[in-house]
Ligand binder design. Structure first.
Ligand SMILES: NC(=O)c1ccc[n+]([C@@H]2O[C@H](COP(=O)([O-])OP(=O)(O)OC[C@H]3O[C@@H](n4cnc5c(N)ncnc54)[C@H](O)[C@@H]3O)[C@@H](O)[C@H]2O)c1
Length: 463
């Protein structure tokens, strides 16, 4: 209890009971997990007429479709309208959800409809702020894809608009709603890894799709695509299929690997350890392979400093993305602490704990006489070294979500709709969304400036 007394009093130090370490995977099954499982309403709920929600989708591309499919699994939700700038995507929406679906290229048409309660916004990043604010002002509840903003200074206006509107606004890093993230949070708060020391995050890819070279449909043209509207406030440029269908590759519309991928890791990290985020970032990397006209790096290595708070010790986070991973695809998110480490996914947590090996082994003893070695061993054995935070024993345990688990994406939408119904609080409000997006954008700021950058995670401002 000598150091980090604040944090240690925050840790519940609960006996982990049923979490005794075993080598066989455990299905989430304790009373705690049953509770969160049931809270998510996996068993038929009876909805009243008032629980019915009419939904519209703005940006019916890849993620807009996945979002809508997850949203429609929640009882009481109907999709009534879809907006997109490419005719082929409106045709696809009708193919998926029926010919009677109302479709338009102008999102303002959806916002003016009185029968629409909530909108999903899954447009490219440079459109998020404008459409979120317009939707909130029009009295709609909003689910906005991550990253919440493309630029640091766009966030506060969203926070204000949400407060003024009184409407619900959920940001879309769905992983933090998952059972895996929830279990990791519980374990962290119980002291299972002791004091946090670092986060090791990486995402390796080796495919055209992984590197954002998305297919371009043969009928794409200035007639089927509303390119001028797509540009929005971005610099004017002639019609370009690559910019429209592969917008992530350009700084004018996207946020690079950081806004696309780091942001999910920040949402998970900040949620599990109850943090507001880092205070400093240093990025390096480059455009090594995908020289297809893009102006964002395909390799990024970024280091972050998290300050000490009441909830966690000071620590470092290492983020790495590589779109040219010759060995194939892979990824990981591992929290390393003084007493163990957790590798965390949406459906699983792997906890490894080992005892500190405090007595010197043969390596350094070789330089002493046998008699001195004996005295050194006795001295170490007599010392009372720092007690460990958790009573959990050493070894490795895997927690695995049950087979009928609907996943974090469903849970994130379920949470959004329950918040609209007044039965829950959103897990990822605009303030949380800005802290995650802001932390991610620091990587770009540092990379393009070629210097470390500082951030105020509470005030959410560059320093
Ligand atoms: N949560 C996740 O796991 C996840 C995964 C992928 C993408 N995303 C996010 O979802 C968003 C969309 O990404 P995507 O991969 O689906 O892109 P996409 O290019 O496949 O789809 C974007 C769609 O938005 C439409 N669009 C562009 N500007 C518009 C406007 N002003 N009004 C209406 N429609 C407009 C385009 O026509 C396109 O069909 C991005 O912000 C991205 O970061 C989140």
């Amino acid at each position: 209890m000598k150091k980090n007394s604040n944090r240690r009093s925050f840790l519940k130090k609960a006996a982990l009971g049923s979490a005794a370490l075993t080598s066989a995977p455990m299905v989430f099954g304790s009373s705690y997990e049953q509770k969160i499982f049931l809270n998510r309403n996996y068993h038929a709920a009876v909805f009243s007429k008032n629980d019915s929600i009419n939904l519209a989708l703005i940006g019916s591309g890849i993620q807009g479709i996945y979002d809508t499919q997850s949203a429609l699994k929640v009882d009481g939700i109907q999709l009534v309208a879809v907006c997109d700038l490419y005719t082929g995507r409106l045709d696809r929406a009708k193919e998926l959800w029926g010919d009677t679906l109302f479709t338009t290229r102008d999102y303002r048409e959806l916002l003016s409809r009185k029968d629409i309660d909530a909108v999903i916004i899954a447009t490219p990043d440079h459109w998020h702020q404008k459409i979120v604010i317009d939707a909130l002002k029009a009295g709609k509840h909003v689910y906005c894809e991550k990253p919440m903003v493309q630029q640091f200074d766009e966030g506060q206006a969203i926070i204000n608009a949400q407060k003024e509107s009184g409407k619900i606004c959920q940001i879309g890093s769905q992983g933090m709603s998952s059972l895996g993230n929830e279990k990791a949070k519980q374990l962290y708060e119980e002291g299972a890894i002791g004091d946090i020391v670092m986060l090791d995050f990486y995402n390796d890819r080796y495919s055209t799709e992984g590197a954002w070279q998305y297919p371009i449909p043969p009928d794409a043209s200035a007639t089927t695509v509303d390119f001028d509207t797509f540009l929005g406030n971005a610099p004017k440029t002639a019609y370009d299929n690559y910019r429209f269908f592969r917008w992530r590759n350009y700084r004018d519309y996207g946020t690079g690997v950081a806004g696309d991928l780091f942001v999910h890791a920040f949402s998970t990290l900040n949620y599990i350890i109850s943090s507001n985020g880092p205070e400093r970032a240093m990025a390096t990397g480059g455009l090594r392979y995908w020289k297809d006209g893009r102006d964002v790096p395909d390799v990024s290595i970024t280091l972050y400093d998290y300050p000490k708070t009441d909830a966690h010790a000071a620590f470092n986070a290492a983020f790495r993305i590589n779109f040219i991973a010759g060995s194939g695809a892979g990824g990981g998110f591992t929290l390393v602490g003084t007493e163990g480490e957790m590798t965390i996914g949406q459906n699983s947590v792997i906890l490894k704990r080992s005892k500190l090996d405090r007595v010197p082994s043969g390596y350094s003893m070789i330089a002493y006489t046998e008699a001195t070695q004996q005295k050194i061993k006795e001295a170490y054995a007599a010392k009372d070294l720092e007690p460990r935070t958790s009573s959990l024993s050493t070894g490795e345990t895997t927690w695995q979500a049950p087979d009928n688990y609907k996943g974090g994406h469903y849970d994130h939408f379920y949470n959004f709709f329950q918040a609209i119904r007044g039965k829950a609080k959103v897990i990822q409000d605009p303030t949380f969304g800005l802290r995650a997006a802001g932390a991610a954008l620091l990587a770009n700021e540092s990379y393009y400036k070629s210097e470390p950058v500082n951030w105020d995670p509470i005030g959410m401002k560059l320093i």
